[in-house]
Write a protein that binds this ligand. Sequence first.
Ligand code: ZN
Length: 455
Amino acid sequence: MCGHPSTSRIASTIGTFCRVKQECINCDFQRIWSSQPFIKNVPAGNLLLSAAILMSGSSVTKSLRLFSHLKMVAICRKTFNEHQKMYLLPSIRQVWRNHQEKAITNLKEDESVVLGGDGRADSPGHSAKYGSYTMMDLKLNKIIEIQIIQSNEVGSSYHMEKEGLIRAVNFLKENNIAISTLVTDRHCQIKKWVRENLPDTKHKFDLWHIAKGVSKKLEAVAKLVSGKDVKPWIHSISNHMYWCATSTVDGDGKMMLAKWKSVGQHIQNIHTGHSDVFKECEHGELQGRERKKKWMTTGSAALLKTLDVINNPRLCKDIVMMSEKYQTSRLEAFHSTLNHFAPKMTHFSYWGQTCRTFLAGLHYNENSDREQAITAEGKERFCVAFPKFKHGGYSVKKVYKDPTYDYVDEIIHLVVAFCQEGNKKPLQETPGALCSEFIHPEKDEAVAQHSSRFC
Ligand SMILES: [Zn+2]
């Protein structure tokens, strides 16, 4: 014995008393490993260490290196992989399914189901191996379905988003959920598929994605010499788009489009006689910065280029489909959570990626309705941030209460139960590896060829 401490010994010593909270932690898991060092011949501390690494969304390599630098005896990668395969991944999938079942039961009581859908690739560019497609109940802000697609299942990574949507919709159909409204981005394949396959579903587009596209085009116009008069209007035109949708509470697409097109006249200081549907601007007397802004000159090259962007036929078709109430920004927030559990550019096995995505779903659903934190004086807490896009400007943000991790306790209880049963049930049904279709050379031959080339 070299005298180096082991992870389980240290954890059972320091873990029972928290110096920060100054209280004993009456933790089930420490009771498990202090009273029961082995669960069916599996060292309990080691199993729980593997579980803790995975549940915290940590990198296994980095976590084990941390113990190595501390000269602490810990498990090796092979042991972690064994624990993950036999107990952790099956437990995560089971807990996700249990939670999902409850969410689906609640959704069945809703007569007009409003879902948001969005895809995420596991790496930037067009070389992603995995794609996930997530469906969120936008009324309750809860993830209800996640599909993972490996690129070779659909030919290439380009088709993963559509396939994810198809599988998610099929899953909901099997569970007798009819989607009343679906909010997505403007992805062409998605638009076409929903139009052809979900005739009873209202398909609407997220505002942020449309506004971002328009702002980009106007910024390109503003960079031209003749387009510099456009720059002061970009922000207003983008804001106008949000107003067109959110002020049309009945979601009437024709009215949204008429409102949108009126901005082409407004920027020329024309505020009446827009169209039969939307006759005149509703802003009343202009105040402050809006009143002082220089109007665009009728017939100028800058104006004509701006009108080309505003009246673009493809954009106008999408304006009619803008979502007046529910947006997909919370799905973007979920993707940030997912980045924590399954960072882009880090490679995981198929079930590793899938279950880390389920973990992100469980974490999001448990913490999506956190209350705002309160100061010691009983006031609501805020913080001031300086986001880069504001170029020196600031934003005031609410500070929320700390997240909770009840789902982790639930999963670890199941891990211990699976281990106690001695029932090893690794997850099956993985799509073949991306390289499975390639010709595999004999390793010795490949090494010999490589050496002769570089000698
Ligand atoms: Zn006006």
